[in-house]
Design a protein around this ligand. Structure first.
Ligand code: BGC
Length: 399
């Protein structure tokens, strides 16, 4: 959970046949100065780079929401709100240099707080915590004591409960000299049933190399389970693809965690080889999806070399736009979710109705239900320890 060994992803891209020239490289960084205005303000880093801050509406109880824009000189732009730490937009050029938004979401804060959205519960772009994915029957035992969590997914606990980290307002701080935003949230002892006061800091950094890097850091005053992730839904076609089924996906995993009908792991780690779960070789998401039980992929893959070092989790290529994304992480797993529960009832940016399989998630994480699975890597954070995981999403094109 804590060991970080960053290799330069460009080396990896080279190994995969993607040259640095296909990334929109740039190496310009300098120091920012303080922002001043209340509604829309720009924090200058130099003449070309700035962090913009604008109003993003209000929560139902009247708390003001903000939207921050990180940019680099290659035309990449990432928008993040203090509500749920949600990434609302990632703008990145296609093979012709035309920018397009490659994540699902809304232009306005109300999109994320509406009753229709909350009922549907897709977690677009959100920071998920304390525990990404499910904990069986909302129960676990730690140091001899049984804890009961909020149940919000049938009889199970999902993505931190009724009001997880995706639905709280985070404190924000711009990181000097970088296109980076630090978000902080203090989760109280007993929140959603979890033990201990947990202080979480998540930093989003947009680099000159077109990487969106996410650092998750946390400390606690009592032992607690923790499994933080980001729940962005990608469609690299940026509004030009009818769904995400044509995206060509590779997942660096020989095995996955088998689940029961309520999507709780049975404990078995099953080889993917020769099955519809196999993405070791580049394969379009739609090729075998009809054969997957439950309406599509919603599985945790056990990453190869999941020893806590930074490694490749997945690559995705969208042939029409030429856009390419690579995911690296220090986490041992990645949840590949093919948007099975999207049903067209939510209309997002650009008036697009988000129907089934319109977007997909690659949620870097520890395995689901680990607090009840003694053989899975531990997700327990103890007082005095620091949780630190890192995931990096690199964007580029193939011509
Ligand atoms: C889960 C799905 C769930 C989705 C949206 C994914 O991480 O694996 O089962 O429906 O999030 O909540």
């Amino acid at each position: 959970m804590k060991k970080i060994n960053l290799r330069h992803p460009l080396l990896l891209l080279a190994g995969l046949g993607i040259t640095a020239a296909t990334l929109f490289s740039c190496n310009n960084q300098s120091t920012k100065t303080e922002e001043t205005s209340t509604t829309t303000s720009t924090t200058e880093t130099d003449s070309n780079m700035s962090i913009q801050k604008e109003s993003f509406g209000k929560t139902k109880d009247g708390t003001e929401l903000q939207l921050y824009t990180l940019r680099n000189e290659n035309g990449m732009q990432v928008k993040i709100t203090n509500y749920g730490g949600i990434v609302t937009s990632i703008l990145t050029p296609d093979k012709n240099g035309k920018p397009g938004d490659v994540v699902l979401g809304f232009d306005k804060g109300e999109g994320y707080t509406s009753d229709a959205y909350l009922k549907s519960g897709p977690y677009f772009g959100a920071l998920v915590g304390r525990y990404g994915n499910r904990i069986a029957k909302g129960k676990f035992t730690l140091d001899g004591k049984e804890y009961t969590l909020a149940k919000n997914n049938g009889e199970n606990h999902l993505h931190g409960g009724v009001k997880g980290f995706d639905k709280v307002v985070w404190q924000t701080e711009e990181v000097p000299g970088q296109q980076a935003l630090k978000l902080t949230y203090v989760s109280k002892d007993g929140e959603e049933g979890y033990p201990g006061t947990l202080t979480t800091e998540v930093t989003y950094t947009l680099t000159p190399d077109n990487q969106l890097r996410i650092d998750y850091i946390a400390t606690t005053d009592k032992a607690t389970p923790i499994n933080l992730t980001n729940h962005s839904y990608f469609n690299l076609g940026a509004g030009q693809s009818p769904d995400a089924l044509g995206h060509v996906l590779t997942i660096n995993a020989d095995r996955y965690t088998v689940v029961d009908a309520s999507l709780i792991p049975t404990g078995e780690l099953r080889p993917v080889k020769g099955t519809v779960m196999d993405f070791m070789q580049p394969t379009a998401i739609g090729t075998r999806i009809a054969q997957v039980e439950g309406g599509g992929y919603d599985h945790n893959y056990v990453l190869n070399n999941g020893d806590g070092s930074m490694k490749l989790a997945a690559t995705v290529y969208e042939p029409t736009s030429g856009r390419y994304m690579e995911v690296m992480t220090t986490e041992p797993g990645v949840q590949f979710y093919s948007g099975n529960f999207l049903n067209g009832s939510l209309t997002g940016k650009g008036d697009i109705a988000y129907k089934k399989h319109y977007g997909f998630c690659l949620e870097t994480q520890h395995f689901p239900d680990s607090p009840n699975q003694a053989k899975f890597p531990s997700t327990i954070l103890k007082p005095g320890e620091t949780y630190h995981t890192t995931s990096v999403y690199t964007f580029g094109v193939r011509k």
